[in-house]
Write a protein that binds this ligand. Structure first.
Ligand code: G3P
Length: 217
């Protein structure tokens, strides 16, 4: 399973990238706003750092304007995936941009039918938002499972990019279901390393080691 980092914070991306944990990056208008950076500048810096796909989102809502914005974003670097919303206009933009050989990430997906349309429009990635479905008492992980079945039934090559990941358990479950990619905030990826029994066991080892009076170096 590939790990994308859901942030526009350069330092956080760099830290995870050094450990080989970054297969790509996803951004959106809210994350750009949080970064306080210029979209073109920060996206270029991310692309210089990370060789995998870097999603940059259009903000137009009408297909022709989305296509124009998508082309401009794609000029930033070869690894840009143009992100478009799952609207009818977004699907039109997806069809045109993917037809030009560009990677397209169709975002704000909340149903299996939306995912089916994105695949037929040539999306490289479909981004179902797990956490936001859970927020309204729907089952985000069930949507990932449904899309996996549908794509496998028909051999669609669109990658399932599970987004709006809020917990480490979301990541475990996505891996079990067979999501191709998860995108998560840096803190959630780092939290995967934590376990209370690891902390407890380490504390015991350190206490016993101190009693030996030995040193390794
Ligand atoms: O990748 C989409 C993600 O940024 C949305 O996450 O937590 O705002 O629902 P969230």
């Amino acid at each position: 399973m590939k790990f994308f980092v859901d942030t526009a914070e350069i330092d956080a991306i760099a830290e995870l990238n050094e450990l080989g944990m970054v297969d790509g990056v996803t951004t959106n208008p809210s994350l750009i706003m949080k970064s306080g950076r210029d979209i073109l500048e920060v996206t270029k810096e991310i692309c210089d750092l990370v060789s995998g796909p870097v999603s940059a989102e259009v903000v137009a809502t009408e297909a022709d304007a989305m296509i124009a914005e998508g082309r401009k974003l794609a000029e930033i670097a070869e690894n840009i995936a143009v992100k478009v919303p799952l609207t009818w206009d977004g699907l039109k933009a997806c069809k045109v941009l993917s037809g030009e050989g560009r990677m397209v990430n169709v975002t704000l997906c909340f149903s299996a039918n939306q995912a089916l349309l994105a695949a037929k429009a040539g999306a490289s990635f479909i981004s179902p938002f797990i956490g936001r479905l859970d927020d309204v008492n729907l089952d985000g992980l069930q949507l990932i499972e449904d899309i996996r079945s549908i794509y496998d039934n028909y051999g669609f090559e669109t990658e399932i990019l599970a987004a709006s990941i809020r917990t480490v358990n979301h990541i475990t479950e996505c891996a079990k279901i067979g999501a191709d990619v998860i995108t998560a905030p840096p803190a959630v990826i780092k939290a995967m390393a934590s376990h209370p029994l690891t902390d407890k066991g380490l504390a015991t080892f350190m206490a016993d080691w101190a009693k030996t009076g030995q040193k390794i170096l």
